[in-house]
Ligand binder design. Structure first.
Ligand code: GAR
Length: 282
């Protein structure tokens, strides 16, 4: 059987990059479905950049200081694209991506977060879990949407909180699990996206704000505000709401995923209530 090309992943980091290093190590395995094409950072002195460079991986640094966010993100975007990146993995990247950036990479950005989402979005997750008296903490790998730490969870690992635990001690134990979880879930995600068009449609549709999946006559259907904007018909076609009503896209053979992603996003736009569009939407 012809060997399938590995999916090119771009990793964004802001600091030491231990999760990025775990992805790099995992990608050394012959059967790993992804390779790390580039490591990019908003912090030119991020320790992880130097490490990646020593490993022979392309790196890119761009400080956002002194420029509009759109300009900063356009530079990151251009670096990722010129490295042939198909999927972005955030690994301790401490900036919120703009809705426009998330939209451009629709359904193809994943992140690791040090809590059992939906609990403890944002910062200080371990201290908050301890203060709340939780018995377990952990980490989550999730799809990135424009809303902070809110996209579909792809996988989680739990870590017991011990009596007298400190945030630092707990963080260290969770980090060990992060390094196991992230490569495993990223590999699963890449395999599913490669082998299963429905999985890719699902990640594109559910990557848009306030969407959910339901079942209509045995077929997956994607809704926003309880109104369908895309649904599968048979194994290899997708119906998407369009300017003229509904259009049918083939999901057989070579699929133009940029076109499918744009059609799904347009279907969402035509269906989402005005308040959602005004709030920034996609
Ligand atoms: C990790 O614990 C990661 O889960 C967390 O930052 C740390 C980065 O460490 N990410 C977030 O808090 C994102 N909201 P690393 O640079 O060694 O991978």
């Amino acid at each position: 059987m012809a060997e399938r090309a590995r999916r090119k992943v771009g990793v964004l980091i802001s600091g030491r990059g231990s999760n990025m290093a775990a992805l790099v190590e995992a990608a050394r395995a012959a059967d790993c479905p992804f390779e790390i094409a580039i490591v990019a950072s908003d912090k030119p002195d991020a320790a992880g950049l130097a490490w990646a460079s020593e490993q022979g991986i392309a790196t890119f640094a761009q400080s956002p200081k002194g420029m509009p966010k759109a300009e900063y993100e356009a530079r990151i975007d251009a670096a990722l694209r010129s490295a042939g990146v198909e999927l972005i993995a955030l690994a301790g990247y401490m900036r919120l991506l703009s809705p426009a950036f998330v939209d451009r990479w629709g359904g193809r950005i994943v992140n690791i977060h040090p809590s059992l989402l939906p609990k403890y979005k944002g910062l200080d997750t371990h201290a908050r879990a301890i203060a709340a008296g939780d018995a377990v903490a952990g980490c989550s790998v999730h799809l990135v949407t424009a809303e902070l730490d809110a996209g579909t969870v792809l996988g989680q690992a739990e870590v017991t909180i011990e009596p007298g635990d400190t945030a630092e001690a707990l963080a260290a134990r969770v980090l060990v699990e992060e390094h196991r979880l992230y490569p495993r879930i990223l590999a699963e995600f890449v395999r599913t996206m490669t082998d299963d068009p429905l999985a890719r449609v699902r990640s594109l549709a559910l990557g848009l704000p306030e969407t959910s999946e339901s079942n209509e006559d045995g077929q997956p259907s994607f809704t926003v505000a309880d109104t369908p904007f895309a649904r599968m018909t048979g194994d290899s076609a997708l119906k998407v709401r369009s300017d003229d009503g509904w259009q049918t896209l083939s999901l057989a053979g070579d699929i133009d995923w940029t076109l499918v992603g744009d059609a799904i996003a347009r279907g969402w736009e035509l269906t989402a209530p005005p308040a959602l569009l005004e709030a920034g939407g996609r």
